[in-house]
Design a protein around this ligand. Structure first.
Ligand code: NDP
Length: 272
């Protein structure tokens, strides 16, 4: 099946807006930074590396928005505070926060070590909470927070710490949407399915095959396909969308394994 080639999108209402993206050095965070820059936003890209990755600087150079970079470990409260202080000084107000940074860990319930569990929860869940605590005081009505969940947060994926972290991130999303709604700040969560990034490059081929067998669109996704939905949620076009969960997974979670059953039945009927 031919894969589509997503093109950079330009969304209205993002020009001049200040948006923080975590884990932006590569993968989906990188694509989210680019789509926002293409829409004229001022993007504060953050990641673990001390310096902005040259690929991001280069890709941003032709886009209308302004790129800024800050080193940030999302688990580090002091670094979040320092970033918030810097943003208050430089920009006064922040319009958007994308809690994108995340790590996979494929340990199962019977074998996972406590330290690995803690690390996954610290990055995938606590990191987002710290980001919301640090950045939301700089937000006014019209601002938008987008958390990056996972299809694993909608089902019983075997990667227990990762799955639990993403289910909990849904809880954080709904609480934030409820608490900050009266201030006019929206919070939503996007659930990517199998997206072609370095995170998945390490996945065993058998896992890719199994996922594709369960995905109605019968292909993997591209980072830009998630970034487009994130940008929509940050934009004024989504002004009444708050507390929503949006899967970007080719129908994987919607089908809930039924595609596999349907395909087997179809195949057995064809052999009769
Ligand atoms: P990548 O691994 O390609 O990129 C993740 C980025 O986050 C890396 O640049 C990584 O830096 C950075 N990062 C890791 N730990 C931290 C930290 N403590 N603080 C700040 N940055 C950190 O992943 P994806 O782009 O694929 O994933 C982005 C998000 O999407 C994640 O939340 C992931 O769970 C989610 N997701 C991904 C799916 C997929 O199929 N790819 C499916 C479902 C959800 P470094 O390289 O230095 O470690």
């Amino acid at each position: 099946m031919a894969t589509i080639q997503p093109t950079p999108l330009e969304l209205p209402g993002l020009t001049g807006k200040t948006v923080v993206v975590t884990g932006a050095a590569r993968g989906q965070g990188f694509a989210e930074a680019l789509v926002l820059l293409a829409s004229g936003a001022q993007v504060i890209a953050t990641d673990l590396a001390e310096e902005c990755p040259p690929a991001l600087t280069e890709a941003a150079s032709t886009l209308s928005g302004e790129l800024h970079y800050a080193a940030l470990d999302v688990t580090n409260e002091a670094e979040w505070s320092a970033l918030a202080a810097l943003l208050q000084k430089e920009f006064t107000e922040v319009h958007g926060l994308v809690n994108n940074a995340g790590i996979p860990f494929r340990g199962r319930i019977g074998e996972i070590a406590r330290a690995d569990w803690d690390r996954v929860i610290a990055i995938n869940l606590t990191g987002a909470m710290l980001g919301i605590q640090a950045i939301s005081p700089l937000m006014r009505a019209g601002a938008s927070i987008v958390n990056i969940g996972s299809s694993a947060g909608l089902n019983a994926h075997h990667t227990v710490a990762y799955t639990a972290s993403k289910w909990a991130l849904r809880g954080l999303t709904h609480v934030t949407a409820t608490e900050f709604g009266p201030r006019g700040i929206r919070t939503n969560i996007v659930h990517p399915g199998y997206i072609e990034t370095e995170m998945m490059a390490a996945a065993p081929a058998i896992m890719t095959d199994a996922q594709l067998a369960l995905t109605p669109l019968e292909r993997t996704g591209q980072p830009e396909e998630v970034a487009a939905v994130v940008a929509f949620l940050l934009s004024d076009s989504a002004a009444y969308v708050n507390g929503a969960e949006i899967p970007v997974d080719g129908g994987f979670t919607s089908s809930a394994g039924v595609k596999y059953m349907s395909d087997i039945i179809k195949a057995s009927q064809q052999t009769k």
